[in-house]
Design a protein around this ligand. Structure first.
Ligand SMILES: Nc1ccc2ncsc2c1
Length: 242
């Protein structure tokens, strides 16, 4: 899979791209990540300006339509495989595991990271990107969201996780919608805190039963919305591909 990230701050990704799982996946050719600085498409040199004040007034600045559309079209044309265009925005469809699994089926994804007050609306009208949000809070830009998507998707790609790290048992994988049971490792006792006896029993059936019960209790306590009887369909965002 190839990711193309359009951003004003490509350096933000430096440390992230060298973290072990992603670095190994890149070295093994399982994933490719290319960064593109939107300022390289600025008309106004030497200031490399790509933002301007909103018509009609209001706070902040908007990313202008011309450099953004030109950049996206040029980046798309850099590779024969057309990119699935995704614009990171708080107004987007909420990212969840189901959407991550769908994204992992794509051969190429372009992640458009906004800054300031976002993009001129004509960027969305012309390019028709899918819009994805990672949650209801205030961020300074889309780069953190882009890393979140890359992280959630890359680990789903065949060959990235070894068997021992299988993502199949994760709390939210493959439709599994229960919170993780408590986990313990050595030492058996620390400051008077011990490991539940059942985990030391070697009785795999009893361990599985205990873990299932712990997951159920924790999910009821913290995330009732995840329980099958409470789950609502994650309605797709109007411009979300089916
Ligand atoms: N502020 C904010 C919140 C969520 C989100 N998701 C993608 S970009 C973004 C920005």
């Amino acid at each position: 899979m190839r990711f193309d990230v359009v951003t004003l701050f490509p350096a933000i990704f430096d440390g992230y791209l060298t973290q072990s799982l992603l670095d190994k996946a890149i070295v093994r050719g399982l994933v490719e990540i290319q960064r593109h600085n939107l300022r390289d498409w600025a008309e106004d040199t030497p200031h490399r300006k790509v933002d301007d004040r909103p018509f009609g007034g209001g706070p902040g600045m908007l990313l202008q339509v011309e450099p953004t559309v030109t950049c996206v079209r040029d980046v798309d044309a850099m590779c024969d495989v057309p990119a699935r265009k995704i614009l990171l925005t708080p107004q987007g469809r909420r990212l969840d595991q189901r959407l991550a699994e769908d994204l992992a089926t794509s051969d190429r994804i372009m992640l458009m990271c906004g800054r300031y007050e976002g993009f001129d609306q004509r960027v969305l009208d012309i390019l028709q990107p899918e819009e994805i949000s990672i949650g209801d809070f205030v961020l300074n830009g889309g780069e953190v969201a882009a890393m979140t998507i890359i992280d959630a998707v890359v680990r789903l790609l065949p060959g990235v996780l070894g068997d021992e790290q299988s993502s199949l048992d994760d709390s939210f994988s493959r439709g599994n919608r229960m919170l993780e049971f408590p986990q313990y490792t050595r030492p058996r006792e620390f400051e008077g805190h011990t490991v539940p006896d059942v985990l030391l029993s070697g009785d795999h059936a009893a361990i599985a039963k205990w873990r299932a019960e712990q997951s159920r209790v924790k999910t009821i306590d913290r995330r009732r919305d995840l329980l099958p009887e409470n789950s609502k369909p994650n309605h797709e965002h109007p411009n979300q591909r089916s």
